[in-house]
Design a protein around this ligand. Structure first.
Ligand code: ZN
Length: 232
């Protein structure tokens, strides 16, 4: 544990890559985990996040979105979110790259955040391009713009490319430490990012990790307990 703390302490250009595991302690279940979207049976994930289905019928997605936004209102940033925001304030962490759509890194105070899968912060009409805030989105029933177009939150659906991947790759390439927190590295292309790292890699995830590069330190532990045990 000392050596992990030492690696973090001695690093000056840290990039973090985070997944669902940083937010489960905030009460937001991993979509793929226990109690998550894919196992709850309440939603059909093939319909909820499929862009072609969404364009034909946005109702299943909106049912999910209302529940998710209600969950987000109650959620507070976790120790892991706050830890990364603090590292950035100290000038040692340059970029947070996240696969999450909950916006909790920004709420924790992180400034330079790349949200690969977007967020609910803004939505746009798919026909006229009009922008809607998350508050406006919450009030929208039915889910139509004044022009009749479908309003789509700026999150990435299946069948759409992730956002800012090149920016994320450059951040990883230029870092001396990549901290992978709460991600099993199962979902491409985020799972490819560690292969671009020329510095040290520390992966903390409760459960299996699927894309481990040689030399990475892997810690299979709950993230917040791990951070509590760090002598930092
Ligand atoms: Zn419109």
């Amino acid at each position: 544990m000392d050596s992990i703390a030492e690696i973090i302490e001695s690093s000056k250009r840290i990039t973090a890559l985070t997944g669902a595991g940083v937010s489960t302690n905030a009460g937001i279940p991993d979509f793929r985990g226990e109690g998550g979207l894919y196992s709850s049976g309440k939603y059909d994930p093939d319909k909820v996040f499929d862009i072609d289905y969404f364009v034909r019928d946005p109702a299943p997605f909106y049912q999910f979105a209302r529940d998710f936004l209600a969950l987000l209102k109650k959620a507070e940033p976790t120790r892991a979110h706050l830890f990364l925001a603090e590292l950035e304030r100290q000038g040692r962490l340059k970029t947070v790259i996240t696969q999450n759509i909950d916006g909790l890194h920004k709420r924790a105070g992180s400034k330079n955040v790349i949200e690969l899968h977007g967020s609910f912060e803004e939505s746009h009409c798919m026909s006229c391009g009009k922008e809607y805030s998350v508050e406006e989105l919450e009030r929208m029933i039915p889910e139509r713009c004044g022009c009749g177009g479908i309003v789509k939150p700026d999150i990435v659906f299946f069948g759409e490319p992730v956002k800012c991947f090149n920016e994320a790759r450059v951040a990883v390439e230029s870092s001396d430490l990549l901290l992978v927190l709460g991600s099993s590295l199962a979902v491409a292309p985020a799972s490819m990012l560690p292969y671009h790292c020329r510095g040290r890699i520390i992966i903390v995830n409760k459960g299996p990790v699927f894309a481990v590069t040689g030399g990475a330190v892997v810690v299979n532990e709950d993230l917040d307990s791990f951070l509590r045990s760090l002598p930092l």
